[in-house]
Design a protein. Structure first.
Ligand code: GLN
Ligand code: ZN
Length: 778
């Protein structure tokens, strides 16, 4: 057993996404609650055993969730809103899933709680909805033996594994919550601290009674900018928790960034161990060593919990030894930077590399997924205890993999480097300002005022998914597959003409995912066969792995756009994913700044834009839905990010003549932090998600006096509901109260790939009719 090795959390889904399948079977009604729970318990047992067998000394429990750990926290705190409870006011599994994903409860339709991104990751959590007079009370789901953290601790113990329960800490929980019912309409979750602490106290005391030796309190908010109120809350909260269970080791965990201004605060809290993310914040170590009290141990977040690069053990050991020398080995633990939730499970389950898909042998030796991270933790801690000789073989392998990666010609493409150097800001500038471009667009395409369009994708029917999968497996030949694609494109063009849309799209049927597709077609990127990471609930994504300099060996989308354009006289919009979004939704290389990688992607997209232009495409949309979520957690880092993100978009989009209209699209509103950057994109038009918020999101654009064209979404495509014409007329009219009519587009909120054809056709007809009516009233 590697005495110092500690883990903070393990992926929940299972190496073959067993949890996803079990959940979806249960939701479809094909598996009972008992079957689901038994499957989940089996996964937990397997993951505990796996960690133990890997030599991890401190193994987490309660890191598992059937949906989301923040929702679980709301449940054990007894803070799920009344409407999700049963008649007896308890919470059962149906109520839990209703809160998570909406649906029907007691035969009435019920909406889910709000969901949003977990810090700057692509994991989503369920936002706790609390009342100003919220009551909290230690709670078990109906049918469970105990509140979840206790139940899972006991379950692990029964399986022979002593674990460290993981809790989302009280201050982060409250700061991540939304508080309703305050007089002025807004109040801060922290006002509930006094109410929530007794429940935390009761729980940790019960955990201590049950035999827990330590508890991990996750406080990732410590990596963000905090005001004085929040800092005071930390001091008060941890004093209170400390006294609740004096013998229990409290491990305070922060991650996703350095502690910065909160470092002294964190080191002053009465906890036994402080966990540091030394991957995102390696530079904080000296300062920490300077302030850490003698009573406190350090958990070193040495190996990356959210990126896939194999650790360079020599480098990690050097860092760890510095701390061991300063504090002594008994005050050091070796851990991943954050929970391994954000990594695929096991590199060993990767299939062989195929045509577009799979990790080839060269790249594979540079990678580590969650299971490989456990091995790294064990190896590092063994070396600290027994010396390097004990791990000579692993050290060698790690060093030669690191050297191979540094030297690989697939990582370093001199042509890309030369091109990057050659192109400066002059490439980031359209030929003429927007006003002149607009005249050129009008001369090229005669569009009505309030032109109608869609965001790009059309329903991906089971037939389409099946054919695409068969083609990937090599069971459906390329020629037949292409014929099928042409058939679907023909069909979708006919339908759009018939519906009466003005600017058409080819439907994106060839794409599994808006980032993965481009990952498969770019050099310097591999797409795994099984590298799934939980995004929300049962939904997983497979982020491409950007390992080297990016180049575009051949056009990626031109064939489909030109085929679509050949079928119609109306303009067809070329559809691309932007450089910031490709970067954000991939695993990115750690050997050069993200800004450089982003610029390389931008050059590849620029080439694609140029080829679309040459092929006669006059409207090109470059989606950047991830711009906002890429925003750094700390204010101090934001300007730099936005500067290079804007430059990358402009580099990708500016190489065209004035008469090409560049569109962009963003979803998940909240534009206040990025509105200036969006304006600086200088896209000719932007479509955004506004229907659900009743056009509220538009205020930001109106008060900023956004200078170019805007397509405020008038149909919330996230629900199967078909909005009627009148509703869309009203949304449009309220948009036009703040936007000039001659710069408004009419479109849905987002792409339609998850919708069915029935609601798509009906809603789009209403949308076109709404545009006509409003046009007529002008
Ligand atoms: N063009 C993409 C689509 O229509 C955009 C998706 C997105 O914004 N996430 O599916
Ligand atoms: Zn969207």
């Amino acid at each position: 057993m590697a005495r110092l090795a500690s883990n903070l959390g393990f992926p929940r889904m299972g190496a073959q996404r067993e949890l996803k399948r079990a959940l979806e079977r249960h939701w479809r009604g094909d598996a009972t609650q008992e079957e689901l729970l038994a499957g989940a318990a089996e996964l937990r047992r397997r993951h505990w055993a796996l960690q133990r067998d890997a030599g991890i000394e401190l193994i987490p429990s309660n890191d598992f969730s059937l949906y989301d750990h923040v929702l679980d926290t709301s449940v054990w705190l007894g803070a799920l809103p009344e409407r999700y409870r049963t008649a007896e006011r308890g919470i059962d599994l149906a109520g839990y899933f209703a809160a998570a994903r909406g649906g029907r409860l007691d035969d009435t339709p019920i909406a889910a709680l709000e969901m949003t991104k977990w810090f700057d990751t692509n994991y989503h959590y369920i936002v706790p909805e609390l009342a100003v007079d919220q009551h909290f009370e230690l709670t078990s789901l109906i049918g469970a033996s105990a509140p979840k953290p206790l139940a899972e601790f006991a379950e692990a113990a029964a399986a022979g594994v002593h674990t460290r329960p993981v809790l989302l800490g009280p201050v982060s929980f409250l700061l991540l919550s939304k508080l309703y019912g305050a007089d002025d309409g807004r109040a801060d979750g922290l006002t509930l601290l006094g109410r929530v602490l007794p429940v935390y106290r009761e729980l940790i005391a019960a955990l201590a009674d049950a035999g827990a030796e330590s508890v991990q309190l996750d406080e990732p908010m410590l990596a963000t900018d905090l005001d004085d109120e929040a800092r005071d809350a930390y001091a008060g909260a941890y004093d209170s928790l400390r006294s609740a269970a004096p013998s229990l080791h409290l491990v305070l965990t922060s991650y996703f960034g350095p502690l910065r201004d909160n470092l002294t605060l964190a080191a002053s809290l009465p906890v036994d161990r402080l966990h540091l993310d030394l991957v995102e914040g390696p530079d904080q170590l000296d300062e920490v060593l300077g302030v850490i009290p003698d009573s406190m141990a350090l958990s070193l977040g040495l190996v990356d919990g959210r990126n896939v690069w194999r650790s360079d053990l020599v480098e990690k050991l050097t860092l760890a030894r510095r701390v061991v020398d300063a504090l002594g080995a008994d005050r050091v633990l070796i851990a991943p930077s954050c929970s391994l939730l954000h990594l695929p499970v096991d590199l060993e389950t990767e299939g062989p590399a195929g045509d577009h898909l799979g990790i080839d042998d060269e790249v594979r030796q540079w990678l580590a997924f969650a299971v490989q991270r456990l091995d790294e933790l064990a190896v590092i801690s063994t070396a600290l205890e027994l010396g390097d000789d004990a791990i000579a073989e692993q050290l060698n392998a790690s060093s030669s993999a690191a050297a191979a990666r540094r030297a690989s010609v697939r990582v370093h493409d001199p042509a890309v480097a030369r091109r990057l150097e050659a192109g400066g800001p002059e490439l980031e500038q359209r030929l003429s300002p927007y006003a002149a471009r607009r005249e050129a667009h009008r001369a090229r395409h005669a569009l009505p005022v309030l032109p109608t369009t869609t965001i790009g994708s059309f329903p991906q029917t089971p037939e389409i998914r099946k054919a695409r999968a068969a083609n990937r497996r090599g069971e459906l030949g390329d020629a037949e597959y292409h014929e099928l694609l042409e058939g679907w494109i023909t069909d979708v063009i006919r339908r759009q003409e018939e519906i009466g849309l003005d600017v058409l799209v080819h439907g994106e049927f060839e794409r599994n995912d808006m980032v993965e597709y481009f990952g498969e077609h770019l050099d310097g990127v591999v797409v795994s066969t099984n590298g799934w990471v939980q995004s929300y609930g049962s939904r997983c994504v497979k982020p491409p792995i950007i390992f080297g300099d990016i180049a575009r060996p051949a056009p990626m989308t031109v064939e489909w756009a030109t085929y679509a354009q050949s079928l119609t006289d109306r303009p067809v919009k070329g559809m691309l994913t932007g450089p910031v979004t490709i970067l954000k939704w991939s695993f990115v290389r750690d050997d050069q700044p993200r800004s450089v990688t982003c610029r390389q992607i931008a050059l590849a997209i620029r080439d694609e834009v140029g080829d679309l232009e040459k092929a006669g495409i006059g409207v090109i949309q470059i989606d950047e839905p991830a711009l906002r979520e890429g925003l750094p957690l700390n204010e101090a880092d934001r300007k730099e990010y936005l500067d290079w993100a804007v430059a990358a978009f402009r580099l990708a989009s500016s190489g065209v003549a004035d008469d090409v209209s560049i569109h962009t699209h963003m979803c998940y509103g909240e534009f206040s932090d990025v509105i200036e950057a969006i304006a600086a994109f200088d896209a000719d038009a932007i479509s955004i998600e506004t229907a659900r918020s009743n056009m509220e999101l538009l205020d930001e654009f109106a008060s900023y006096e956004y200078p170019n064209e805007i397509g405020p979404g008038v149909w919330d495509i996230h629900s199967p509901r078909i909005p009627d014409t009148e509703e869309m007329v009203q949304l449009l009219e309220s948009a036009m109260r703040v936007l000039p009519a001659d710069r408004v587009w009419v479109n849905p909120d987002c792409g339609l790939k998850t919708r069915g054809w029935v609601e798509t056709e009906a809603s789009l007809r209403h949308l076109v009719e709404a545009a006509r009516q409003v046009r007529a009233s002008l």
